[in-house]
Design a protein around this ligand. Structure first.
Ligand SMILES: *[C@@H]1O[C@H](CO)[C@@H](O)[C@H](O)[C@H]1NC(C)=O
Length: 270
């Protein structure tokens, strides 16, 4: 059994932190999520694994609760199948808690919220779990929208391009729409160009697949990094290629450590 910190946003932040460090980009990274009580072992474990450049001071700490939202992944040695059990005893974030966390951040000019919402800042949303209600409404307010294959398939799309071409018609604001599709790679549809490009994943031989968990979160980190730090320097194809390659390389290793340096040669230093 191995234990590691997870969470879509924390995973993306862990990878973005490496890229920001590597390029000395000016981007401060803050996490807003619900955690167990501040002094608990699990909260310490979570903040330590995120590293010192991800600021957790806007998180919401639940007194008297010591277990984080957890996900148990059982992998069958025989078939390779994965069974996932989610467990979370922490009450969800309320609107008021979210609001006061955002206020702690200070000015939100030039801020991008991934998942979170606030007018005049950029908003980025990931749609993964088809059973979570209200995601479409959230996406309609977003500037960047990420669709997971699981979401797209549950809504009847047979390919990443079909998902994006249909979804753009119901997203009035989105400028970047992405859809990931496992070993097929990812697609990007941008406004105002209205052009859909797709990028195959790097071919990783089965024998080299070590840990696919969090590949989608890594893709999000790569895209947000490209959009926020290299918006005009990289064309859309290059942004997509960077994120797709980063996610492919993640699959070959346990966890997220050291991913930045694996792709370091692809990025010009500032
Ligand atoms: C972390 O965020 C808080 C709230 O925005 C801020 O007061 C604090 O200075 C930040 N810490 C670091 C190390 O940047």
């Amino acid at each position: 059994m191995s234990r590691r910190r997870g969470g879509n946003c924390p995973n993306s932040l862990e990878v973005m932190q490496q890229l920001v460090d590597l390029t000395q980009s000016k981007l401060s990274l803050d996490l807003i999520c619900v955690l167990p009580e501040r002094e608990s072992m699990s909260t310490r474990f979570i903040t330590q694994t995120l590293g010192s450049d991800v600021n957790c001071s806007c998180c919401i700490y639940r007194q008297h609760l010591v277990d984080p939202a957890s996900c148990y992944v059982f992998k069958s040695r025989e078939t390779g199948s994965r069974t996932i059990v989610n467990y979370n005893e922490l009450p969800e974030m309320t609107f008021d808690e979210f609001k006061s966390s955002v206020e702690k951040l200070g000015s939100i000019e030039d801020t991008c919220f991934h998942f979170e919402i606030k007018p005049s800042a950029l908003i980025s949303v990931e749609l993964e779990n088809p059973h979570r209600l209200g995601l479409e409404n959230l996406a309609a307010e977003a500037d960047f929208v990420f669709y997971a294959k699981s979401w797209a398939q549950a809504f009847g799309y047979s390919s990443m391009e079909k998902c994006l071409e249909a979804q753009i018609t119901v997203l009035p604001k989105a400028k970047y729409l992405c859809c990931t599709w496992g070993d097929k790679g990812a697609a990007l549809l941008t406004r105002p160009e209205n052009a859909c490009i797709s990028m195959p994943a790097l071919a990783i031989p089965n024998a080299e697949v070590v840990d696919p968990i969090g590949a989608g979160d890594t893709f999000v980190a790569g895209m947000l990094f490209g959009i926020l730090c290299y918006r005009d320097d990289w064309d859309q194809t290059r942004k997509l290629q960077f994120a797709t390659e980063l996610a492919s390389l993640k699959v070959r290793q346990e966890g997220f450590q050291g991913l930045g340096s694996v792709v370091g040669h692809r990025i010009e230093r500032r």
